[in-house]
Write a protein that binds this ligand. Structure first.
Ligand code: DX5
Ligand code: ZN
Length: 217
C-alpha cells in the first residue's frame, strides 16, 4: 500500500469526552477510529462494551475498528456488530475455534480480523490468513496505552508480508502499540498497512499535523 491508514485509538482519550474524541479523530483527517475493548480477564484492564460503540456511532462516519481483547469473543460479537462496528478483530489466544469466529463476523456483514500478542508466532495464523480482512500485530503487550514498541514484533510483520505474498492474499496488516512519529518509519518499513496510535495522537497538540506526519512514512 502506498500510503498507510491511520487509526487513532480512543483508549488514550479522556473517557468523559469520548464523543469529542471521535470527532477530533475525524477532524484530524485520520482514516479509522480504533476502539480497544478490554474485559479485565484476557488483559489486565477494562474499557468499553457495545453500548459505547452505539453511542459513539453518530459522532463520525469513519469506520469503527473494534479490537476485542476479551475472552469468549463469540458471546459479544453480535452485539458489537449491531452497535455499529465495521471491522471486528479478536485474539487468536482467546479462542479455540478461530475459524468459526471469523465465519460469525463475516455472517454478520462485518470485516473479520485476527490479532496476536507479542509472544505468539505468526506461523500460528497460517490456516486463517485466507479468511480475514485484517491481521493485527500487537507491538506491545495488550492492556495499556503509552508503552514502548517491542522492536522484535516488527520481524513478525516482515514474516507476515512474506506469507501474504506467497499466498497472494489481500488482508491488511496493522501494527498496534507504541506507534508515534519516531517509530512509524520502522513500522512502515516492516510492512504495516495500518498504523494504530493512541497516546501519541491524543497527546499531540496539532492532531492534523500528527496524522499527516504519520502518513509520510
Ligand atoms: C493496547 C491497545 C492499543 C493502544 C495503543 O492494548 O490495543 O490500541 O491503545 O496505544 P499506544 O499508541 O499509546 O501504544
Ligand atoms: Zn488496539
Amino acid at each position: 500500500m502506498n500510503r498507510p491508514l491511520i487509526a487513532p485509538s480512543i483508549l488514550s482519550a479522556n473517557f468523559s469526552k469520548l464523543g469529542e474524541a471521535v470527532s477530533a479523530i475525524q477532524d484530524a483527517g485520520a482514516d479509522w477510529v480504533h476502539i480497544d475493548v478490554m474485559d479485565g480477564i484476557f488483559v489486565p484492564n477494562l474499557t468499553f462494551g457495545p453500548k459505547m460503540v452505539s453511542d459513539l456511532r453518530p459522532y463520525t462516519s469513519l469506520p469503527f475498528d473494534v479490537h476485542l481483547m476479551i475472552e469468549k469473543p463469540d458471546q459479544l460479537i453480535p452485539a458489537f456488530a449491531e452497535a455499529g462496528a465495521d471491522y471486528i478483530t479478536f485474539h487468536l489466544e482467546a479462542v479455540v475455534h478461530a475459524h468459526r469466529t471469523i465465519q460469525m463476523i463475516r455472517s454478520l456483514g462485518k470485516k473479520p480480523g485476527v490479532s496476536i500478542v507479542p509472544s505468539t508466532p505468526v506461523s500460528m495464523l497460517k490456516e486463517l490468513l485466507p479468511y480475514v480482512d485484517q491481521v493485527l500485530i500487537m507491538t506491545v503487550n495488550p492492556g495499556f496505552g503509552g508503552q514502548s514498541l517491542i522492536e522484535t514484533c516488527l520481524d513478525k510483520i516482515r514474516e507476515l508480508v512474506a506469507m501474504r505474498n506467497d499466498q497472494q492474499l489481500p488482508f491488511l496488516i496493522s501494527a498496534d502499540g507504541g506507534i508515534n512519529e519516531q517509530t512509524a518509519a520502522i513500522t512502515r518499513k516492516a510492512g504495516a498497512d495500518i498504523l494504530i496510535t493512541g497516546s501519541a495522537f491524543f497527546s499531540a497538540q496539532e492532531k492534523k499535523k500528527m496524522v499527516q506526519s504519520l502518513r509520510k512514512f
